[in-house]
Design a protein around this ligand. Structure first.
Ligand code: PRP
Ligand code: URA
Length: 206
């Protein structure tokens, strides 16, 4: 399943992020705001279970989330989506995957992994602003699957058709959520029109 979240607020904020003159501070704040808006939509189908409660007026049945949510940002840029999602799901646990793309081969290189226990019982959200060739997302999904994750959502800001296809082919069971599906990749593997290098723009490293 691919869902492109065409919400006017998300599109407006993403347009500001794309502008090359947007500062690091504004870029980071906009990403944080979009993450929260996306989380609202991504969480729409989270399972709930009934519980007996008592209000000041009467006993009744309420509903609470029945599965743990685990958010797994792909370092570095995925960190930019973490706080916004956690504001909506404050009970979520967090795992980390460190990957960077080799700039020549575009192949992802793993340098860190740390996960909470019981991924097999959880809904796992792998998050990264950019889905370009899809190599990083595919590897990250394989890593969480190896630890037992079986209910996985991939949440990205901007995707290229090439990346979506790669994930759909390798991990057809994973639901993909994007704020925008862009045109293509250029010859050095950047999304066009995209927004440039997300990690550098979030952390001010270029
Ligand atoms: C970027 C981005 C993704 C990856 C996407 O990370 O945040 O993780 O590239 O590209 P792919 O779909 O072709 O694998 P990068 O490697 O630049 O590392 P960074 O987050 O540390 O900047
Ligand atoms: N990584 C980025 O940060 N931007 C792209 O366009 C592609 C990969």
């Amino acid at each position: 399943m691919l869902e492109v979240l065409n919400h006017p607020l998300i599109t407006h904020k993403l347009t500001q992020m794309r502008m090359k003159e947007t500062t690091t501070k504004d870029f980071r704040e906009l990403l944080d705001e979009i993450a929260e808006l996306m989380a609202y939509e991504v969480c729409r189908d989270l399972p709930v279970k009934p519980i007996d409660i008592e209000t000041p007026m009467a006993k009744c049945v309420g509903y609470e989330l029945s599965k743990e949510v685990v958010i797994v940002p792909i370092l570095r840029a995925g960190i930019g989506l973490l706080d916004g999602i956690r504001r909506l799901v404050p009970t979520a646990k967090v795992g980390f995957i460190g990957l960077y793309r080799n700039e020549e081969t575009l192949e992802p290189v793993e340098y860190f992994a740390k996960f909470p226990k019981n991924l097999d019982q959880a809904i796992t959200m792998v998050v990264d602003p950019m889905l370009a060739t899809g190599g990083s997302a595919c590897d990250a999904i394989s890593m969480v699957k190896k630890r037992g994750a079986n209910n996985i959502k991939l949440v990205c800001l901007v995707g290229a058709p090439e990346g979506v296809k790669a994930v759909q082919e390798k991990h057809p069971d994973v639901d993909i959520y994007l704020a925008a599906l862009d045109e293509c990749l250029n010859d050095i593997g950047y999304i066009v029109p995209g927004l440039g290098d997300a990690g550098d723009r979030i952390f001010g490293t270029k």
